[in-house]
Design a protein around this ligand. Structure first.
Ligand SMILES: Nc1nc2c(ncn2[C@@H]2O[C@H](COP(=O)(O)OP(=O)(O)OP(=O)(O)O)[C@@H](O)[C@H]2O)c(=O)[nH]1
Ligand SMILES: [Mg+2]
Ligand SMILES: [Zn+2]
Length: 302
């Protein structure tokens, strides 16, 4: 039978087939395949065991799309969060923990590089948005990134969030503690484990530990993911990085050199656009920060 993976633990996976979930182990051949052999969202072929409640995944269909980041535990490798989704909701909170624009930019780049539409879900608006944050947020609609403001606590903005999710499979990703699980549990009216962020450093406690695909009304699915501390990009070439930031991408054609990194190269179109105020200096600074971290990791891998 053919089903879709809706949950994945280190040992096995849950596969949804005709409205029922089956606990499935991975065929040995798949396990030996190493990296990301089966991820949530994958369409798989399952062989049921005699009893009928369990099965074994014997093959995985090619993924249409996926989103991944770099994992630095041991040897650096690609960590695929999920596959076969329609869009990515980048979830951040106004405070506790405070939105980090560098992390948002990385996430948007990862989505763009995988041809996935993405938008910003700004949660915890009940805590109040500063003028400084509003000013910085204003950049995003200008570069085509919609902002959805909401509060899982007060319920504000949840109707708009719901309509943005309808009829699509959406991955919610963002730092730990921003309220991803709280939002899903509100929207779907189900219980999901959540936990307060720590008081002393305002960081989340990594409450969600596995990716879960929550099927909802016809055609709708919401995918909860474990929050991250830092989102490191995987598989993006430093020379191509600016391609995945739309405001920079529209200027790179003007660069004199094809391999321009837009730092201080002569004839750089991006630098020209910054001085002519077509690119926001904060976005440019964010680009430089991301470029530096990608180059630094590339160095480390050598
Ligand atoms: N003030 C306020 N707190 C919220 C809101 N949404 C969630 N919280 C709280 O934030 C804390 C973290 O929420 P979670 O839903 O566990 O966050 P998460 O993003 O799923 O975190 P991880 O699973 O660790 O990635 C909980 O104490 C929630 O009650 C909100 O809109 N406003
Ligand atoms: Mg969670
Ligand atoms: Zn350049």
């Amino acid at each position: 039978m053919r089903g879709q993976v809706v949950f994945r633990s280190s040992k096995d996976a849950m596969v949804l087939f005709e409205g029922r979930e089956f606990r499935c182990e991975l065929a040995g051949r798949l396990r030996k395949q190493g990296r990301n052999p089966v991820v949530v969202g994958d369409w798989v072929e399952v062989e049921l065991t005699d009893g009928g409640d369990d099965g074994r995944i014997i093959s995985v269909e090619d993924r249409k799309v996926w989103i991944s980041r770099r994992r630095d535990v041991g040897r650096a490798r690609e960590l695929i969060l999920a596959s076969n989704m329609d869009q990515v909701a980048c979830v951040f909170s106004v405070a506790k923990p405070r939105l980090k624009f560098g992390a948002l930019d990385r996430l948007l780049m990862a989505a763009a590089a995988n041809q996935l539409p993405a938008y910003l879900v700004l949660n915890k608006i009940d805590l109040g948005i500063s003028d400084e944050m509003e000013e910085r947020l204003a950049i995003y609609p200008r570069i085509g990134v919609e902002i959805l403001r909401c509060s899982a606590m007060s319920g504000e903005g949840l109707d708009r969030l719901e309509s943005s999710l309808a009829g699509k499979a959406t991955v919610l990703t963002g730092p730990s503690g921003v309220g991803k699980s709280s939002l899903i549990s509100k929207v779907l009216g189900i219980e999901i484990r959540t936990a307060p962020v720590s008081d002393h450093n305002e960081k989340g406690k990594h409450t969600t530990t596995a990716v879960t695909w929550h099927p909802a009304a016809a055609g709708t699915a919401i995918i909860d993911t474990p929050g991250f501390r830092d989102w490191a990009l995987w598989g993006l070439d430093p020379v191509d990085l600016a391609q995945w930031m739309p405001d920079l991408a529209s200027e790179v054609d003007q660069c004199r050199f094809r391999n321009c990194l837009h730092r201080q190269e002569p004839g750089c179109g991006v630098l020209a656009a910054v001085s002519e105020q077509r690119i926001d200096p904060l976005r440019y600074r964010s680009y430089i920060g991301i470029l530096d971290s990608v180059l630094e990791r590339q160095e480390r891998d050598r």
